[in-house]
Design a protein around this ligand. Structure first.
Ligand SMILES: [Zn+2]
Length: 165
């Protein structure tokens, strides 16, 4: 099943995490396309189209600016999101205190643990989903080498935690 629009995080053993967003524009010339964005600093940067099967179709500029290893890592990260959209959405909510659907700030702990604010939860969340809350911890098993991060920038980013988010 296609990943819903939203924000998803992968948490690594170090406690560090990376966030991606899937967005389907409702206007403009990319209307209806599924766009994959990576969070770098405070910004979400669009890098690819995403097929309904979860294949990342990198945009030319991004593809030519990045080593193939990074492209592979990003696809792997998307595979993990596809395999567990609730868990990775929740991971985003827990890390950033924001709704994984709309990005609105979550202030009530119950909302954070659901991964969504009350409005989005009414639309998206089922009882079954609540059980998946606990799966966020399992995400800790994700290995360092799966990080969708440019290895060349890694050291720098670790020294600059603000840039890492
Ligand atoms: Zn929301």
């Amino acid at each position: 099943m296609a990943i819903q629009d939203g924000r998803y995080s992968l948490i690594y053993q170090s406690g560090d995490y990376r966030t991606m967003r899937v967005k389907t524009p409702t206007k403009g010339n990319l209307i209806g396309k599924r766009i994959l964005q990576i969070k770098e600093g405070k910004d979400f940067n669009a890098i690819a189209f995403l097929t309904d099967e979860g294949q990342v179709r990198f945009w030319k500029r991004f593809r030519s600016a990045n080593p193939v290893e990074r492209l592979v890592r990003i696809q792997k990260a998307v595979d993990r999101i596809t395999a567990d959209p609730e868990g990775t959405g929740l991971a985003y909510a827990m890390k950033e205190n924001r709704c994984c659907r709309c990005g609105k700030q979550l202030t009530v702990p119950a909302s954070i643990y659901k991964g969504m604010g009350p409005e989005c939860a009414r639309k998206n969340w089922t009882r079954e989903d609540q059980k998946k809350v606990y799966r966020a911890q399992a995400l800790g098993r994700i290995q360092e080498q799966d990080m969708p991060l440019d290895p060349g920038k890694r050291k720098f980013r670790e020294e600059e935690p603000i840039l890492m988010l």
